[in-house]
Write a new protein. Sequence first.
Length: 307
Amino acid sequence: MMDYTQFERVFGPMNPFPYNRSVTVSIETCRKSFDNSLFIDRVLNALSLEKAAGSYPPRSENSLRQFHQTLCEAHNINLHHKLSILYYLLLDIDGRSGAGDSKAETFAAHAGIPDRYQIFMKGLWLMDTRNFELALELLTHPSLISDFADHIITALVLHSKEDDYSIPLAYYYTVQPSIKSPVALHSLFDAIARTSVLEAFEFTRAHADYMRRQLFQRLMFVVLDSKQSQATAERAFELASLPFDTEEEQWFKEYLESGEGKRLNNAKDTLIMRRIATGHGPIGGDKGKWATVLEGVKTGSGGRTQA
């Protein structure tokens, strides 16, 4: 097994130094995009290596040597974690250099890093370098446990483009992690709600009543807090046509008639939609701004939701 405490054995020649100015600027840019905390920062802090976290990325060879020494001298960290952090740094160096040989893979083989540690750390490195599709392939590997799942979901949702949440949802549905933080839960739920009204509705029902009501109201907000358009009208009609139980019916009306949802531009129209969807029809012939859409969707719905 390689002696990982020997700096030269791990990193090899440092000329030119791999963490040049353009590399450190790139890393700091990525850090800012992750709310000032890369996944390597989270790993180091979780292992009580705050000093090392504060010196990443290293600005000089001496800084990298100090990082390496700090890691090697840490007594409360198991060997596989130490090797995994060094493996991450070598992935960094490989990814920023034009060399054909992979220092990271050579080190992993000689140091005997277990496959699941390599898979996980490479997945986090790909997250930190914002290669999300490749990260997804690794972080959904069946050998992994769902460490940092809340942060992974939040980051993937945050970096989704043009309302395409396929990557964070693929991660969630594949890994099925237990979501712990409210921020991650709301990020995940918003992604589901913007993708499928029905799936978001079913998601609300998987939670206890207090959280279920919060998510139900969030669903209404996400659907209705949009500019009036054909797509918004259709999603609003889908929402208004869902098979609410008695509680949900009450929450729906309270939120749009007297709650925070009353201020939404589409609140009145959605209440009218609900009346039409349940077979009651609009009051006084008022079909709202979406009358044409309402009639078109109603005609093609094949039946009405039961009140």
